[in-house]
Design a protein around this ligand. Structure first.
Ligand SMILES: NC(=O)c1ccc[n+]([C@@H]2O[C@H](COP(=O)([O-])OP(=O)(O)OC[C@H]3O[C@@H](n4cnc5c(N)ncnc54)[C@H](OP(=O)(O)O)[C@@H]3O)[C@@H](O)[C@H]2O)c1
Length: 402
């Protein structure tokens, strides 16, 4: 039985709070803390209606302020922080965990606010400090990154002697009925997808123009969708942790309508992260855009369709070439009915709760900073089936990607 503190009262925080509250035998006391206290209260009020959890609390915190975090942690005394606010706060929260002796888990790697660049180096640099403190930091424990890393670890453990080619394929086959909206924090999402594409091949990173490489792929229960090569953060840790990989790529589906809106947003400067002066005030265009776009947390109600995210892998098993596909499909409507959040928040929040549970029950352990693929995939994938994200696999699959 452990106290847990969840930081971030957005779509993902909503799901994590719901899912942790379903397991009071592990998460005996839960504190949801975020910048806007009323958002924590609204989520916790919903969770109280849906669960019998006896000890749910809320608090306001600025997660970029280490002394504030430390004071709140000392008052509540959690064993673990599940960080599902924004990537900008990764380092301040890790710092506060070290100062107070608390384990750490997140779903997105650190990004500096003034540069649209994400890489693990900043967080990996904390490894020795976490190791010396006897604490665990689990990085990227959402779906992608997160489950995709565990899927890859499962493939390495149970299906291949050597993995050579990895393609992570992410399809949102859902329809929320809005002309344009992002499925998670618009600022983080738009920064991610408007970057140059990048993939790993033969020991090197190959850069492409944004959306320059497209492939039509078939997704289970959804059908064919245009899929674009993007850079995604788990590629960095996966090629490091599975050095037999000769190539690793990430693909995400986008509809024409979405891409047209995105082009306009970029062409008129609304995706900019440099402050501009407006009526005597400095504003960041992308932050302003976030304020006028639909809140991703509000998309759930009329969201139909499914997400489908998985790993397509080719390599050697018993001296012969083998292909393998492992994936999960998640229904937006089912996610909403259970937690009041759409599928993208759900597919992030369930793995975060699952990783937290494994850490708190000692099934995942180790002192230092780790990506999810460093742990045993078996208990995680068993729980994922149980907690709402059942996965499927196909040996000998047509991977469609040469
Ligand atoms: N790995 C994956 O598969 C995956 C997929 C999707 C999302 N994610 C990650 O999940 C995280 C949450 O996404 P989301 O869609 O839930 O975003 P969201 O709806 O925008 O929620 C973010 C929450 O963080 C809070 N916050 C922002 N700055 C804060 C600060 N300085 N101190 C305290 N709280 C702060 C926000 O507070 P306000 O309400 O006051 O603004 C908001 O409640 C993001 O890091 C995203 O990158 C990961």
């Amino acid at each position: 039985m452990s106290k847990v503190m969840i930081i971030g009262a957005g779509g993902v925080g909503r799901v994590v709070t719901h899912k942790c509250a379903q397991h009071p035998e592990v998460f005996s006391e839960i504190l949801l803390a975020s910048r806007t206290h009323s958002k924590c209260e609204a989520i916790v009020a919903d969770v109280r209606r849906a669960s019998q959890h006896p000890a749910l609390h809320t608090a306001a915190v600025d997660a970029e302020d280490v002394p504030q975090l430390v004071a709140l942690i000392r008052k509540f005394r959690p064993r673990l922080i599940i960080h599902v606010a924004l990537p900008y706060q990764d380092l301040t929260i890790m710092e506060a965990c070290l100062q107070t002796g608390v384990h750490y888990l997140d779903t997105a790697n650190y990004e500096p606010k003034d540069e649209a660049k994400f890489e693990y180096s900043w967080q990996w640099a904390y490894h020795d400090r976490f190791r010396r403190a006897g604490l665990t930091a689990i990085l990227g424990c959402g779906f992608d990154p997160g489950v995709t890393g565990v899927f890859t670890a499962h493939a390495a453990k149970h299906h291949f002697d050597e993995m050579h080619y990895l393609d992570i394929v992410d399809c949102n086959g859902g329809d929320h009925g809005k002309a344009f909206a992002t499925n998670f924090n618009p600022e983080i999402n738009i920064r991610e997808i408007t970057q140059k594409g990048r993939y790993y091949e033969n020991g090197e990173w190959v850069e492409t123009e944004p959306f320059a490489i497209r492939q039509r792929l078939h997704y289970p229960n959804i059908g064919a969708r245009d899929s674009y090569l993007l850079y995604h953060e788990e590629l960095e840790s996966l090629v490091k942790n599975f050095p037999t990989l000769r190539r690793a790529r990430f693909w995400m589906t986008f509809g024409e309508e979405y891409l047209t809106h995105l082009r306009v947003i970029q062409n008129i400067g609304m995706a900019g992260i440099e402050p501009v002066s407006f009526r005597g005030q400095e504003i960041v265009p992308l932050e302003f855009l976030k304020a006028v776009l639909p809140d991703p947390g509000s998309l759930g109600e009329n969201y139909s369709g499914e997400t489908s995210i998985g790993c397509r892998i080719r390599g050697l098993a018993d001296g012969a070439e083998k292909t393998y596909y492992i994936w999960n499909n998640c229904s937006h409507q089912a996610a909403f009915d259970e937690t009041g959040a759409q599928g993208v928040s759900y597919t992030t929040g369930v793995p975060a709760m699952t990783g937290a549970m494994l850490l708190l029950t000692g099934m995942w352990s180790g002192a230092g900073v780790f990506n999810v693929e460093s742990f045993d995939p078996d208990p995680f994938l068993a729980k994922l089936n149980e907690y709402g994200l059942p996965w499927q696999e196909e040996v000998g699959a047509d991977l469609e990607l040469p």
